[in-house]
Ligand binder design. Structure first.
Ligand code: DAH
Length: 346
């Protein structure tokens, strides 16, 4: 090939390369073109092989042109790369725009569980009547759960509370009632005393809409001189009036609890139908709310309190049941569901 032919070829390579590079639309394509024109087996290298056939004098001008073409192509490639890089940067910057004036997405504040709300309301109401808070352990001994509450081992009342026994020791149980706290407090404090004690209790119940093996009770205990059944009634009637937000008729039905004598079950007029009968009260017009009575002298004696000087009343109510009534919850299992659609209503 002559000098002129070679030069013409080189210029042709340059023209082709520039045109192709202009059409390239990705960096991958740029790399392909770099190999195609400048690579070891690229077009330019092929043309340069022809240099060998020229004489010593003829070579320099062709070599010079070859270098110029090579540089031109290389600089075209880096210009195109730079161009793509800018485009990409612009695309990302516009996609990731951060408007610092937009309002933030706030973290929703949690709130109290309905059972906690009801427990606190109950505590608050009894605080207003001079009761103070007491707490007791959930893992108990049979002594506090039964014996000290005038319920010896052979007493049929034990069977009514299907108790969880543990293998931590034959007498260690999960408490089946908060009445245990009556004994623990009377052992520690001298009368007069007024306490309420909310907490969890456990019974081996089959789970259904009204029963769950873990539930909550509030225990109340008042010990003083000359305490009367009338005071018990007055205290509970006042509690019901404030809790349901209206005066409701109540009735005390005789019942039996080993640790009170006499014992009663307190019913209140249904706060929903006011006695007409509705689904909540099972069309009876009345709701069973709690157990209560005058503290049995045997219980007082057992903790070293002289029943000739001191007397008292006690009551125990189910918090879950009160919460269901207050909020119209039809299934106790909702309290355990952790379902936000339920919980967020309170
Ligand atoms: N502990 C009883 C129960 O779980 C409820 C109860 C009844 C508590 C009468 C009392 C009471 O303090 O006087 O069934």
């Amino acid at each position: 090939m002559s000098v002129d032919e070679l030069k013409e070829k080189l210029l042709q390579v340059e023209t082709d390369a520039v045109a192709e590079l202009e059409r390239a639309d990705t960096t991958v394509r740029l790399e392909e073109l770099r190999l195609e024109f400048l690579g070891q087996k690229g077009t330019l290298t092929m043309v340069l092989r022809g240099l060998g056939m020229l004489s010593k004098e003829e070579r320099p001008p062709v070599g010079e042109l070859a270098n110029r073409v090579k540089e031109r192509i290389a600089s075209e490639i880096s210009a195109r790369k730079e161009h793509f890089y800018r485009l990409e940067l612009e695309r990302r910057l516009s996609g990731e725009t951060l408007d610092v004036t937009l309002p933030g997405t706030g973290l929703a504040l949690g709130h109290q569980h309905p059972l906690t709300l009801v427990t606190e309301r109950i505590i608050e109401i009894f605080y207003g009547m001079g009761f103070s808070l007491a707490v007791g352990p959930e893992v108990e001994t049979e002594y506090y759960n039964f014996d000290a509450l005038n319920t010896p081992a052979d007493h049929p009342a034990r069977d009514e509370q299907d108790t969880f026994y543990t293998d931590a020791g034959s007498s260690v149980v999960l408490r089946s009632q908060t009445s245990t706290v009556q004994i623990r407090i009377m052992e520690q404090q001298k009368p007069p005393l007024r306490i309420i004690s909310p907490g969890r209790v456990y019974r081996n119940e089959e789970i259904n809409a009204r029963k769950y093996p873990i539930f909550h009770q509030v225990e109340g205990l008042l010990i003083d001189r000359d305490v009367t059944l009338g005071q018990l009634k007055g205290t509970l009637n006042e509690f019901i009036r404030v809790f349901f937000g209206r005066p409701l008729k109540t009735r005390f039905r005789p019942d039996f609890f080993p640790f009170t004598e006499p014992s009663a079950e307190l019913d209140s007029q249904c706060p929903f139908c006011l006695g007409d009968g509705c689904r909540t009260c099972g069309h009876r017009g009345w709701l069973e709310l709690l157990g209560c009575g005058m503290v049995d002298p045997n219980v007082l004696k057992g903790v070293g309190i002289d029943p000739d000087i001191w007397s008292g009343f006690a009551f125990g109510m189910g918090i879950d049941r009160l919460a269901m009534l207050k909020y119209g919850v039809s299934d106790i299992r909702h309290f355990w569901s952790s379902d936000l659609r339920f919980l967020e209503q309170f």
